[in-house]
Ligand binder design. Sequence first.
Ligand SMILES: *Cc1c(COP(=O)(O)O)cnc(C)c1O
Length: 385
Amino acid sequence: MTLLMGYRVPQSRADITEEEIDAVAQTLRSGWLTSGPAVRDFEHAFSDYLGGGIHASATNSATLGLITALKAIGIGPGDEVITTTNTFTATAAAVHHLGGTPVLVDIDSDTLNIEPNRIEAAITPRTRALVPVHLGGLACDMDAIHDIATRHGLLVVEDAAHALPASSRGETVGAGRSAATVFSFYATKSITTGEGGMITCGDPALAERIKRLRLHGISSDAFNRLNGNTWLYDVTEAGFKANMTDIAASIGLVQLRKLDAMWQRRNDIARRYYEGLADLPLVLPAQPLPGDRHARHLFIVRLLPEVPFGRDQFIASMAELGVQCSVHYTPLHRHTVWQTLLDVDGRDFPVAEAVFARSLSLPLFSAMTDDDVSTVIEAVRSLLA
Ligand SMILES: *Cc1c(COP(=O)(O)O)cnc(C)c1O
């Protein structure tokens, strides 16, 4: 029954129940399919989840959420935006599509997040913003990042695709300290709407612009228009088509209610991994600072040098044992597009290179059974113990 694409334990599987299915059916029957009451309710519920007082704008993906947020803070041609090389291509592509230049920075070998000490060396007169990525759900040191941003007059937009729910230095990720924070509800993320994203922002004027830009640059959305009994609207700037549908939001509303329980389950699975793999020649994921919350989106392990075979061999052997592993990520500087556009190569990223060569992600998702967890632990032990 747990067979998915031939794996006994896949890398990830969405935690969807009859509740989400019923919610979608209800939305389909309601006659209102695109952005409407469900999106509004989802945005309010999301803001409340983060502690309230924050403006939340739902989008059709985190990728378009990043593009919308970066455009809203003024990123455009000629601007440089600093981010990590150890991320998904969308983080850098968002900057590129606005005419800006993503500037890649090496990572910390422990947290696997952007190395704050390397950020300042990458700042030029053209630098406008920092885009930290909370890899795997371990929040970046936001004190250090905001300190650099303040000293250099830069804005911060967080790529929090992995970081629901997470906190850094006692502050909930997305609760409003940065100019904007972008979450992903892609199928593998901690909650899903199939495809979707959420931009949070503490500044009402910036939130207003984000909401406008996500729907063509129109001054008020279709739902408000119809309910305000007016056909009149103005287009104030060229925006995007980045709004979320009510179909997606109805899934999100149910998923958000289950978020804490799903996080708890992933946390328990992670605890079993830490215990079951502790004596093996592996670097296990760095723990959050005391009091902070790790979203437990990914469980990234690194083979120590004494393991007599490589990472690719390890993943192939795990596949033979029925366990699907993955790699997060092939660093951006290794991809053709960024090598070509940014003129980067591995010599600029010695830490990311060394980490990438020996790292992989074990399956971690709330729908895993206890047997699934045992299968993964036994498979790793059979190869390394
Ligand atoms: C998933 C992901 C994105 C993109 O999210 P989408 O919702 O699929 O557009 C961006 N950045 C990171 C780090 C991601 O993992």
